[in-house]
Design a protein around this ligand. Structure first.
Ligand code: NAD
Length: 335
């Protein structure tokens, strides 16, 4: 943790693992009650990144950055820019063991500012040779994960005629919904933001409340909003036999993976399904530079990773969560 000389704000970098390569994870600009809470968040999120990259087979470790915004001091544009430069300097001091990217509270444009203070930054805009907005790739990977999950649950990966409930029509969810509709799926969609209803109409989807979408009688539930939506209260009420979506940390606690299995619900571990964004960024760090075709090919491979996770889980009689963690750990052990 380092106090930024320009902004006076604390900047934090957590490096969880560099076993497979430089630790990579987004920079979160967020308000926390105190520095302890911010550090805890950075540590927890950096560990998640280690597993996400390892299970995707990427040559990257896990890290995370945080710029701690004070609750009582809203940032004007000047101080915000100062904080980004301060953060870039903190990253630079780590000599490449951490590479930053965008996250909650930061954008592709912010990465260009951070790049003035460090070369260890990814997710730069396409105009300057970067990988740009990760959301389209996250969405593509989620759809590959949905196909693999549907294939396991219904013996065919085809989305034609399948029903799906997409909860959260944001950067990722709306794209997922469009791709599913294009594949012939019938959609139920929901968002807390009523302005998204117009998008539902364009897709020919049925608009409903988030609570109803979560328990809709569909073939696959696609959580694309916040984490913690699968818990001891919601899982017994699920009607979909398959769940695969973009939202991070979908399980309120890891024992919910057992509960899903007991209820006959096939769950695609979120950190496998939503790795498309990080896969895209990894391509930016390739020696040959960024190539969208290579990024697309590698993102679609998320479907194969998930098939392997389901196979491993079936063979070992465990949950997909346990199998995905074991796959990541074996890759970390091999370095
Ligand atoms: P976003 O903020 O663009 O979209 C989230 C959407 O969910 C918004 O439209 C919001 O109104 C809606 N929402 C919020 N609370 C809701 C609720 N309770 N019920 C229904 N809708 C609700 O975010 P995003 O970039 O689309 O990311 C969505 C999820 O995917 C997040 O959990 C994120 O961490 C995860 N994720 C995103 C990426 C990426 O590339 N953007 C990568 C990996 C994981």
């Amino acid at each position: 943790m380092r106090r930024g000389p320009r902004s006076g704000l604390n900047t934090i970098v957590a490096v969880h693992s560099t076993v497979r390569g430089p630790s990579l994870g987004g920079c979160r600009m967020w308000t926390y009650d105190d520095n302890r809470a911010a550090i805890r968040d950075a540590l927890r999120l950096s560990e998640g990144m280690t597993y996400k990259s390892a299970v995707a087979g990427l040559p990257l470790g896990g890290g995370k950055g945080v710029i701690v915004v004070k609750p009582d001091e809203p940032l004007d544009a000047r101080r915000r820019r100062a904080a980004l430069l301060d953060f870039g300097e903190t990253v630079e001091r780590l000599g490449g063991s951490y590479v930053t990217a965008e996250d909650v509270g930061t954008s592709t444009r912010d990465m260009t500012v951070i790049a003035k203070a460090t070369s260890h930054v990814s997710g730069l805009s396409r105009r300057v040779g970067g990988s740009g907005d990760p959301s389209p790739f996250t969405a593509l990977g989620v759809v590959a994960a949905i196909e693999a999950t549907v294939e396991r649950a219904f013996d065919t990966p085809s989305l034609k005629g399948r029903t799906a409930a997409v909860v959260g029509l944001g950067h990722v969810g709306l794209r997922v919904a469009k791709l599913l509709a294009r594949g012939g799926a019938k959609l139920v969609v929901a968002d807390i933001d009523p302005t998204k209803k117009a998008e539902a109409e364009k897709l020919g989807a049925r608009w409903t409340t988030p609570a109803k979408a979560m328990t809709a009688a569909v073939d696959v539930l696609v959580p694309c909003a916040l984490g913690g939506v699968l818990d001891h209260d919601s899982v017994p009420r699920l009607q979909a036999p398959a769940v695969a979506g973009a939202a991070n940390n979908q399980l309120a606690s890891s024992d919910v993976a057992d509960l899903l299995r007991e209820h006959g619900v096939l769950w695609a571990p979120d950190f496998v399904a939503n790795a498309g964004g990080i896969v895209n960024i990894a391509v930016e760090l390739d020696r040959g530079g960024y190539d969208p075709d290579r990024a697309t090919t590698r993102t679609v491979e998320i479907g194969d990773t998930l098939r392997r996770v389901f196979d491993d889980a079936a063979a070992a009689g465990t949950t997909p969560l346990t199998a995905a963690m074991a796959l990541a750990e074996s890759r970390l052990a091999r370095g």
